[in-house]
Design a protein around this ligand. Structure first.
Ligand code: PLP
Length: 391
């Protein structure tokens, strides 16, 4: 058996080592708390679950059109109208198996062999492998912790070449929680347009933005420049529906048609009953999102106050998502020279699972998720602090 060259080049997940260690310790009977979670700790709203049950009971169990039911595509188009005042049609949308699948399809549709794709770091783990699987070349754009890890036009310009075809932006960001204000997003979009660079904007955390920051989106830019941008959304994070696998793409109708071609030869439509549930989610009510936003903002403040009380730590206070990404390399030493070994040490000594920054392209940092109960968050962070301060 010979595995394809393309796959042989793909790197295994950098988070596997810590997960394997956590499982080993659990099997030994150790209590492990995970601050490595990438999903809200709230149940999916009842009305969404009811819609799925009803669809099953009514026998809505057959294939649907590949890009999704027309009513769902219309609901997604209306989402951009409702929250961002953007006029979009059903033909500008396609429903895929989670935001991850939407992003993968876009890479497949847009990237040719050798094309360069700008990825500001720290980045979400899957962007570079997705670009590589499309035979493109990920070009990592360093950003500064002092700027909240947001890429500036100057940062992007410095990494661009005539081969640059695509920029993958993410706001709010996983792993940093960094949120691009609208003017900053628009400035980048204007620059990219002038440079002929297409933007894939990953907005899967778009409803999780904390006051006084205000929501931002490239869907408004897309409305006026539909050939230059695609916006990815999902019900996963904003609606606490990670396991349901509903991802969305807002794009020019021609790009949507290309993605229908990919999806039509690979996955076809997403689960038909889930589509009915997704329509219920988009129709609302949206109370859960407000509840989650309030809880996450409170927990962000709790986590930020504890983490920044540790000496030598640099951490920006992010405006979105549910992660903090402090610079912790002041605590590295010969025994724990990097983020992976530091995470292993914290796991072994405090029983807390975290994700090393190396997985996201910044080895100085460690990602803390605050999508856990307030008291667990406090006690876990205090335990982490004790391990760091022991020297
Ligand atoms: N984009 C970012 C930035 C994410 O953090 C995630 C999930 O962790 C995804 C996309 C994928 O989301 P989904 O679960 O909808 O596939």
């Amino acid at each position: 058996m010979k595995i394809s060259e393309r796959l042989m080049r793909a790197k295994p997940s950098a988070t596997l080592a810590v997960n394997a260690k956590a499982q080993e310790l659990r099997a030994q009977g150790r209590e492990i708390v995970s601050l490595a979670v990438g999903e809200p700790d709230f149940p999916t709203p009842k009305h969404v679950c009811e819609a799925l049950k009803k669809a099953a009971d009514e026998g809505f169990t057959r294939y649907t059109p590949v890009p999704g039911m027309p009513a769902l595509r219309k609901a997604v188009a209306e989402y951009y109208g409702k929250f961002y005042g953007v006029k979009a049609e059903a033909e500008n949308t396609i429903i895929s198996n989670g935001g991850k699948h939407s992003l993968y399809n876009l890479c497949m549709a847009l990237v040719d062999p050798g094309d360069e794709v700008l990825i500001p770091a720290p980045y979400w783990v899957s962007y570079p492998p997705m670009v590589e699987l499309a035979d493109g070349k990920p070009v990592i754009v360093p950003t500064k912790a002092s700027n909240g890890f947001l890429a500036s036009v100057e940062d992007l310009e410095a990494s661009s070449t005539p081969k640059t075809k695509v920029l993958i932006l993410n706001t709010p960001s996983n792993p940093t929680g960094g949120h691009y204000p609208q003017a900053h997003l628009d400035e980048i979009a204007q620059w990219a347009k002038k440079r002929g660079i297409f933007i894939i904007c990953d907005e899967v955390y778009d409803r999780l933005v904390y006051e006084p920051a205000t929501f931002s989106t490239l869907s408004t830019f897309w409305e006026k420049n539909p050939e230059d941008v695609a916006v990815v959304g999902a019900l996963s994070k904003s609606f606490s529906m990670t396991g349901w696998r509903v991802g969305t793409t807002l794009a020019h109708a021609d790009l949507v048609k290309s993605i229908v071609k990919i999806q039509g030869q690979s996955t076809s439509n997403i689960n038909s009953m889930t589509q009915k549930a997704a329509i219920a989610a988009y129709e609302g009510p949206w109370d859960l999102v407000d509840t989650m936003r309030e809880a996450f903002q409170r927990r962000r403040d709790i986590a930020y106050d504890i983490i920044t009380s540790w000496p030598g730590v640099k951490c920006s206070k992010p405006d979105g998502a549910f992660y903090l990404f402090p610079v912790l390399n002041a605590f590295y030493d010969e025994e724990t020279p990097d983020s992976a070994s530091m995470c292993t040490k914290i796991l072994e000594e405090a029983g807390i699972a975290l994700v090393p920054g190396s997985a996201f392209g910044d080895d100085r940092c460690i990602r803390f998720s605050y999508a856990v109960d307030d008291e667990i968050l406090k006690s876990s962070l205090e335990k982490v602090g004790k391990v760091l301060m022991k020297k």
